[in-house]
Design a protein around this ligand. Structure first.
Ligand code: SF4
Length: 281
């Protein structure tokens, strides 16, 4: 569920299996990513996915000791100031030399990882060890597995630590959902999971819109998507807001192309017309 523009700087992070980082002006500091899917497995097959699956992934099991050690080592370097003498972090502006956020955003669906709840707890514990509880924590997810008790356990840990769920909702109809997310899963399952989560946890929606061979979602599709947002809120859900975005880099599927900023702005307006705050990213 890697949708943000993270890059792995292995020169300083060594051969990390789970923890990677980039300096981000948008988050105002170091944006730390936690990849719980080193095996690159995902229950979606989005044509816009940036994960290179032509190169095989690693072990599916999460080694919690290694995960904790990697995050611990990175935070120790940040706190001590050592990180900022290593390329590419040495070019970061002084005001960005801080931890900006920590996201579960990896090479697949994080909630599908074995030991998901324990992994979230491990990250929360290391963050607390450095008195960084104020650093925002988020989970980038496709919302397909919230109905599983073992996933709920992890969502509870995340929410108790002040974290947010950033749920993917790329469509308004089953047909477009199957196409843009490369799945035959039930759209109703995703909608009911987001509804359920939005009544219990802080939920932000991330929506990717793009074209296939120059043909993007129709106005009707976008209106359906906005209607889904309206239904969530009308059904007693609470949404932090919606991030609307398009493909930034060329995906593996050459038919996938970006929408214009004007079209994205119009899409965001459709959400706002339903009373949901939305912004283009
Ligand atoms: S949900 Fe889609 S974009 Fe995210 S990792 Fe899976 S296939 Fe890639």
């Amino acid at each position: 569920m890697r949708t943000l523009d993270f890059k792995d700087h292995r020169r300083v992070l060594g051969d990390n299996r789970y923890v990677y980082a980039v300096v981000s002006r948008r988050v105002g500091g170091l944006s730390i990513g936690i990849n719980l899917n080193p095996d690159k497995a995902c229950n979606f097959d989005c044509p816009y996915c940036q994960v290179d699956r032509t190169v095989p992934g690693g072990d599916r099991q999460i080694d919690l000791a290694v995960l904790s050690a990697e995050l611990d080592a990175l935070l120790a370097m940040v706190v001590a100031g050592d990180l900022w003498s290593h390329a590419p972090f040495d070019t970061a502006a002084p005001e960005l030399r801080r931890v900006g956020d920590i996201s579960f955003a990896g090479d697949g669906e994080p909630t599908a990882a074995p030991g998901f709840a324990a992994a979230v707890q491990a990250v929360v514990d290391v963050r607390a060890r450095y008195d960084l509880e104020a650093v925002p924590l988020s989970l980038l997810t496709n919302a397909t597995l919230f109905h599983l008790p073992k996933v709920v356990a992890g969502l509870d840990v995340l929410a108790d630590a002040g974290g947010q769920i950033w749920a993917k909702l790329d469509a308004g109809t089953e047909g477009w959902f199957h196409r843009v997310d490369g799945t035959t899963m039930s759209f109703e399952r995703v909608l009911s999971n987001i509804q359920w989560a939005s009544e219990r946890y802080p939920v932000l929606i991330q929506s990717m819109f793009h074209a296939f061979d120059g043909v993007g979602p129709t106005d009707t599709e976008v209106e359906s998507w906005a209607g889904r947002l309206r239904d969530i809120v009308a059904g007693d859900g609470t949404l932090i807001g919606v991030q609307v975005y398009t493909v930034a880099r060329e995906p593996a599927d050459p038919s996938v192309t970006a929408l214009s900023q004007e079209r994205l702005a119009w899409i965001a307006e459709r959400a706002m017309a339903q009373g949901v705050s939305a912004a283009v990213y």
